[in-house]
Design a protein. Structure first.
Length: 225
């Protein structure tokens, strides 16, 4: 590697200089939009051990080994849209990350690429606030990632970024429910389904996504230069 390329790579890596706009970056932005769409309709089944609140009561009963194993294994259906959003900003930076999100939103007004369809009427869907919240979350994450990201910085980005999305998503949900005069039990069920245990999975997978995106960003920059 020449000294010139090494110098440029150091500048890119440590000062967070944006990738210049080229045909390659625009193609990558389009690919990122496709990633969001794919993630929207992808459902992963996650299984892991956990300790439920009724552990002592359950163990005091006459249960089989298979029942014990099943009771302490958590099975969760997870949609990885939020980690993909953070992967994109880690890969492409703040400018192209926001461009990908805005492009996804605009396309969703014309094509059914949102989770429950598409069109302008989707503005009044309960979950649309989470999609809008991608923009400030990407702005925040992209701004912090301009500096040299270490483990703690990536961890904080994951937590704060995910919390931004869920808080704004819940607020938008409450706004829409007010317009619709929806019953509170329905609203609470939506909030729990969208921002319950999902938050912890989002933080964990967003951390992994940001780390992976930063590693691929270095390689991508070299290839596109």
């Amino acid at each position: 590697m020449s000294k010139r390329v090494e110098k440029q790579l150091d500048s890119f890596k440590y000062k967070g200089e944006p990738i210049r706009i080229t045909l390659g970056t625009l193609v990558m932005t389009g690919f990122c939009v496709l990633l969001i769409i794919v993630a929207t309709f992808t459902q992963l089944t996650i299984k892991h051990p956990y300790l439920p609140l009724d552990t002592l009561t359950f163990l005091s009963q006459d249960v089989t080994d298979s029942q014990i194993l099943h009771h302490f294994i958590k099975s969760y259906k997870y949609i990885p849209q939020i980690p993909i959003v953070f992967f994109i900003v880690a890969l492409m930076g703040r400018k192209f990350g926001i461009l990908a999100i805005v492009s996804y939103i605009i396309l969703g007004f014309f094509f059914p690429i949102f989770a429950l369809g598409g069109g302008i009427s989707y503005l009044f869907e309960y979950g649309f606030g989470y999609i809008l919240a991608f923009i400030p979350a990407v702005f925040f994450a992209g701004t912090i990632l301009k500096t040299k990201p270490d483990f703690l910085r990536i961890f904080l980005i994951s937590i704060i970024g995910v919390v931004i999305i869920h808080i704004l998503g819940v607020l938008y949900m409450l706004f829409v429910s007010t317009l619709r005069h929806a019953p509170m039990d329905l609203v609470m069920s939506w909030i729990f389904s969208q921002s319950g245990i999902q938050v912890f999975y989002d933080i964990f997978f967003s951390f992994l996504a940001i780390y992976l995106g930063r590693q691929l960003r270095k390689l991508l920059w070299i290839v596109m230069c």
